[in-house]
Design a protein around this ligand. Structure first.
Ligand SMILES: [Zn+2]
Length: 357
């Protein structure tokens, strides 16, 4: 049986219009549209042509219905910046991420989700403090935001869309939190995104109104307070704050210079005028478009462990992709930038998981 929903999913992942796919596969646009609507069944030859045109294995199209994301529950940061094609491709990556997660959870035991439901909390500063308390973090800087999310049960995947206009997003599937990160951004940006998405997961768990500007402001304020606790910032920052002070100090919390300046302004350690002139100076020094003196990218401990374990069993990413009937490049996209040091000696984190089978 041909699964028409999977055809639509693969086409969206490849960012092709129906017409473009028709041309590549040597079929008519009407045929594609009927196949996607489930009105027609393709013959074997057409399935092979579609598979080749999309660079997906033919077996992909005979699997069960893909789990569709409830897009109303997905927190996209800036819908306006993304084109419909980019958004559809990102949502389709989410569906593949769910499938990959199912595969992982059949093979491994991941940490149980340990998030508070703070949807009643209206002050992001208080929400950030509650989450720090819940995770027993005190006031100290976070060593690895990604690792922290993972050991507390977040399922983290990558959106390796080669564009900065695709933002991170997160959602709950039943009782499990999912976070998708765009790893084409700077390491500081991804760290802030992870904290931002945790803000959504705890403060906007029950959806509510569509991703609003207010929800975005809350998630940003949560991330800012969570990464840079007020007391720690006040204790660490000298009284006389210059651009150079900020550039030196940002390393402590592994945030961007702009994010630290914003936090200092929120905490009234910078006046409006000082904040404005510091932003201008940071812009001149290239801190608006990039992050000079940046920190290392965070690594997924879960994916490090999974890949090491598989390699120990003489399995590769290709074996996972084959088991899931997806192309290797899609699997690599889902974990792109999450781990680069799988060949280094293992730094074991017993909280991550145990092999179940
Ligand atoms: Zn957001």
């Amino acid at each position: 049986m041909f699964n028409h929903k999977r055809l639509l999913l693969a086409r969206r992942r490849r960012r092709l219009t129906g017409k473009a796919l028709a041309e590549r596969a040597g079929l008519s646009a009407i045929t594609i549209s009927r196949l996607e609507n489930g009105e027609n069944e393709p013959d074997e030859g057409s399935v092979i042509r579609l598979a080749q045109a999309l660079n997906y294995p033919p077996t992909f199209f005979s699997d069960d219905d893909p789990e569709e994301l409830d897009t109303s529950a997905v927190s996209f940061r800036s819908l306006t910046k993304m084109s419909a094609k980019e958004r559809e491709a990102a949502v389709a990556a989410g569906a593949l991420g769910l499938q990959l997660n199912d595969w992982v959870e059949r093979e491994f035991t991941l940490p149980k989700p340990n998030f508070l439901d703070l949807s009643y909390e209206t002050d992001p500063e208080v929400a950030a403090r509650s989450m720090r308390q819940h995770w027993a973090l005190g006031e100290r800087p976070i060593g690895s935001m990604l690792g922290l999310a993972e050991v507390n049960g977040a399922r983290v995947f990558s959106l390796s869309e080669d564009t900065a206009s695709v933002d991170a997003f997160s959602f709950w599937r039943t009782d499990k939190p999912f976070v998708f990160l765009n790893n084409f951004k700077t390491a500081e940006h991804s760290i802030f995104d992870t904290a931002h998405e945790i803000g959504h997961l705890v403060m906007h768990r029950h959806g509510g109104p569509q991703p609003s500007k207010a929800a975005e402001r809350e998630a940003n304020a949560f991330a800012s307070a969570f990464l840079m606790p007020a007391r720690d910032v006040r204790a660490s920052i000298p009284r006389f704050i210059t651009v150079d002070v900020i550039i030196r100090a940002k390393k402590r919390w592994r945030v961007s210079a702009m994010a630290l300046a914003y936090r200092l302004h929120t905490l009234r350690l910078l006046t409006d005028w000082q904040y404005k002139s510091i932003c201008i100076e940071l812009g001149k020094r290239g801190f608006r478009s990039s992050e000079p003196h940046g920190v290392d990218r965070e690594e997924s401990r879960v994916w490090q462990k999974i890949l090491r374990q598989l390699w120990a069993e003489r399995k590769t990413k290709t074996d996972i992709a084959d088991a899931m009937n997806i192309p290797l490049d899609e699997l690599e996209s889902l974990i792109w930038g999450l781990t680069t040091t799988a060949d280094r000696p293992e730094r074991s984190d017993p909280r991550i998981f145990l092999r179940t089978v």
